[in-house]
Design a protein around this ligand. Structure first.
Ligand code: HEM
Length: 408
């Protein structure tokens, strides 16, 4: 593609450097990102070109010159056969478009807003059941006692994985979050093992559901297969592994973060009295404490972006953590404000062809999880909010969150 002459080559653009290894970034990443954003929409780090502003990220999400990192990227990194197979035919966010688009449409048949909304009562009942053991205890680690279990229990029931199997496959699925580590290569042996374990489990379940179909997503997918033969066996297995992986850690961390944000902003009792505002509070927490801190894109050809000529093969980091505090889009960005209208989900759930497929389910899980907490807990105080992984990792959010409370 021809590039306008005016565009400055990347190496001459003098982009500010972002030092992700500095003690200051580890201590206060938002301050470092805000300073970088004040200098301009782009910066350079050891991860690649960092896209910091809301406006530039919105542009990048829909650019035809950018795509997610595909199988070649993982081959270059030295990934093993299980991972290479999965990024090729299972992991939706790494697949080429010709396979991605029809598979995504098939999954959307189950995960669309209307089908998910129909599960609200079931989701609420699951949240109540899973919160019951600690509601009278006066203190809880919200992550370890609740948000690690409740979303995966709902997701498993919808997909058709028996609840008794969760501890087994959840351990393996957790290992897959090593894919979000920077650098990724040291985690490859554990990722290989986890993928082998998950594929064995899913194949076994598929055999059982073929013999005895149920009222679940696995059985519906198998029925669609018989009618239309849409997915190969590897693709079928890969998709189910994909759903467990994508749905687990994200909602766990985001729900805990939302509860902590609401307590810290002193809005718990207000929300308990105004449950109609729960959706707004979740939107604001997705902006204020996004757990997906960046997504990666690779340039497919030389192109001009924000006045700079970016060469083919450049890694671009759409820095959602920076953009969600962009003052040009969100006035007074460091304030958690439920009345703010953030009816734009392109940051926390991505945008364009790879936007989050689980968004309706994630929102439902968070709404009903919070509703159960707000209805039952009062005098809630935040004792400790773990800072979570290093802020340069893709998935942030607390690993533990201690609250004390009384029973309403
Ligand atoms: C609060 C919770 C969640 C957050 C913040 C979140 C965030 C995201 C983001 C930012 C992307 C886009 C990645 C990119 O553009 O490279 C994405 C994609 C995806 N998410 Fe989620 N997600 C959440 C929950 C879920 C759940 C519960 C599921 C499963 C049911 C899910 C399934 C997926 C899938 C399958 C994709 C890939 C879509 C594609 O490539 O076409 N997510 N998610």
């Amino acid at each position: 593609m021809s590039v306008p002459i005016a565009a400055v080559p990347l190496e001459d653009a003098g982009l500010p450097a972002l030092d992700l290894r500095s003690a200051r970034f580890a201590d206060d990443p938002r301050a470092v990102l805000a300073e970088a954003l004040a200098r301009g929409p782009l910066a350079i780090s050891r991860r690649g070109v960092e896209v910091l502003s809301y406006e530039a990220i919105s542009q990048a999400f829909v650019s035809e010159h950018l795509d997610t990192a595909g199988p070649e990227h993982y081959t270059e990194l030295g990934a093993g056969p299980n991972l290479l197979g999965w990024v090729d035919s299972g992991l939706l966010s790494t697949m080429g478009r010709t396979r991605h688009d029809p598979i995504r449409r098939l999954l959307l048949m189950a995960l669309n807003f209307r089908n998910i909304e129909a599960q609200r009562t079931f989701v609420n009942e699951t949240a109540r059941r899973m919160a019951a053991p600690w509601l009278d205890r006066g203190e809880v680690d919200l992550v370890g006692d609740f948000t690690e279990y409740y979303p995966i229990n709902v997701l498993s029931a919808m997909i058709g994985f028996p609840a008794a199997d969760i501890p087994g496959f959840a351990r393996a699925a957790h290992e897959l979050h090593l894919l979000a580590a920077v650098p990724m290569a040291p985690g490859f042996p554990r990722i290989e093992q986890a993928l082998a374990d998950l594929a064995d489990y899913v194949r076994d379940l598929l055999d059982k559901r073929r013999a005895q179909p149920g009222d679940d997503f696995v059985s519906a997918l198998l029925a669609a297969q018989q009618d239309q033969r849409k997915l190969s066996e590897d693709e079928l297995v890969g998709q189910l592994v994909n759903l467990i992986f994508a749905g687990m850690g994200t909602t766990t961390k985001q729900l805990a973060s939302a509860a902590a944000d609401i307590v810290q902003a002193g809005r718990w009792e207000y929300l308990a009295a105004n449950p109609g505002q729960i959706g707004r509070a979740i939107d604001e927490s997705l902006r204020f404490s996004p757990v997906t801190q960046f997504v990666v894109r690779i340039t497919q050809e030389d192109f001009e972006f924000q006045g700079i000529r970016i060469p083919r093969g450049t890694r671009m980091l759409l820095n959602l953590l920076a953009a969600s505090r962009d003052p040009r889009k969100f006035p007074d960005p460091g304030t958690f404000d439920i009345s703010r209208i953030t009816d734009d989900s392109r940051l926390p759930f991505g945008w364009g062809v790879h936007r989050c497929l689980g968004q309706p389910l994630a929102r439902l899980l968070m709404e009903e999880g919070l509703r159960v907490m707000l209805e039952n807990l009062t005098d809630v105080a935040l004792v400790e909010r773990d800072r979570g992984p290093h802020p340069a990792q893709m998935l942030g959010g607390p690993n533990s969150l201690t609250l004390t409370f009384g029973r309403r």
